[in-house]
Design a protein around this ligand. Structure first.
Ligand SMILES: NC(=O)C1=CN([C@@H]2O[C@H](COP(=O)(O)OP(=O)(O)OC[C@H]3O[C@@H](n4cnc5c(N)ncnc54)[C@H](O)[C@@H]3O)[C@@H](O)[C@H]2O)C=CC1
Ligand SMILES: CCC(=O)/C=C/C=C\C[C@@H](O)/C=C/C=C/C=C\[C@@H](O)CCCC(=O)O
Length: 254
């Protein structure tokens, strides 16, 4: 499936990976709805993308994806504005771990991704008036391996993998034209990664440093190329694409 002419939603689009995903989608001729809870940074990201790719191809909608009651309105606003929906990237995620705010990590990473998947399926299913489409849920290598620096974060990223793959095994999905894939990057150079460099924010910082040396740090643009591959290859559903700077890309079978 070429993304040219397709309509996409990217959550957590103001910074880091989300912004890079919007960039590559627009570069390849898609229209993109950016969702983020940060209005200032969301508008800034939109302005930069408009400078590069022109007006009316992207829009920004403020939404906190941990507020699942607010999410339908944001998805519907994008669908209505562009006249359809073909691609959903559930990317918004946080790594709050050390303090009492760990519940936020569950709310954003798990509840936000689940609700985004439900909305994507409802809006794109052929038996509900959609044309079919593809959902990519952003997990992490931390969802595949024990991660002492962030047990809560790792649990949320594992949950994303099995939630997504469970839907793929539902016999209603393929006939309705819905594919769901999972992208599992190791460290990527984003504001979230910079937050991890402050050892106050993570458990077992010495282990985190060792792991980082082992897996390296990816550029967001490289991960965005991998996303494009998961979107474009129509044979891929239930795929888990792992990517790390030192070892490159690898499709996993669980
Ligand atoms: N940076 C890394 O090393 C890796 C990141 N990931 C995952 O990739 C995704 C993106 O991460 P980064 O770009 O690194 O993070 P980031 O912190 O640089 O950007 C995340 C964006 O999500 C937004 N956001 C946070 N909470 C939100 C909420 N409740 N509702 C809506 N928007 C919200 C933020 O405002 C920000 O714009 C996350 O799911 C993260 O877990 C996965 C593997 C590695
Ligand atoms: C504060 C909690 C936390 O750790 C948050 C992390 C947030 C983002 C970065 C994360 O998504 C990247 C993880 C990369 C992990 C890479 C490897 C691990 O899976 C452990 C591998 C262990 C080994 O090979 O020995």
């Amino acid at each position: 499936m070429s993304v040219t002419g397709k309509i996409a939603i990217v959550t957590g689009a103001a910074h880091g990976l989300g912004k890079a995903f919007c960039d590559i989608l627009l570069k390849n001729g898609a229209k993109v709805g950016l969702i983020d809870l940060n209005i200032d940074q969301g508008q800034k990201a939109l302005s930069k993308l408009e400078e590069k790719y022109g007006k009316n191809k992207a829009m920004f909608v403020k939404c906190d994806v941990s507020n699942i009651k607010a999410m339908p309105e944001s998805f519907q606003a994008i669908q209505k504005n562009f006249g359809g929906l073909d691609i959903v990237i559930n990317n918004a995620g946080v790594g709050l771990e050390k303090r009492d705010d760990w519940e936020k990590t569950v709310d954003v990473n798990v509840k936000g991704t689940i609700k985004g998947t439900i909305l994507g399926m409802e809006m794109m299913r052929k038996d509900k008036g959609g044309k079919g489409g593809v959902i990519v849920n952003i997990s992490s290598m931390a969802g595949l391996n024990p991660t002492p620096s962030g047990p809560v974060y790792a649990a949320t990223k594992s949950a994303i993998i099995m939630y997504s793959r469970s839907w793929v095994h539902n016999p209603e999905l393929a006939p309705n034209g819905i594919r769901i894939n999972i992208l599992a990057p190791a460290f990527v150079d984003t504001p979230l990664f910079k937050m991890l460099e402050n050892k106050e924010n993570i458990h077992a910082p010495a282990i985190a440093t060792l792991v980082q040396k082992k897996v390296g740090v990816l550029k967001p643009e490289v991960v965005a190329e991998a996303l494009l591959e998961l979107l474009a290859d129509e044979t891929k559903t239930g795929a888990i694409l792992k990517i790390a700077e030192t070892t490159g890309k690898e499709y996993l079978t669980l």
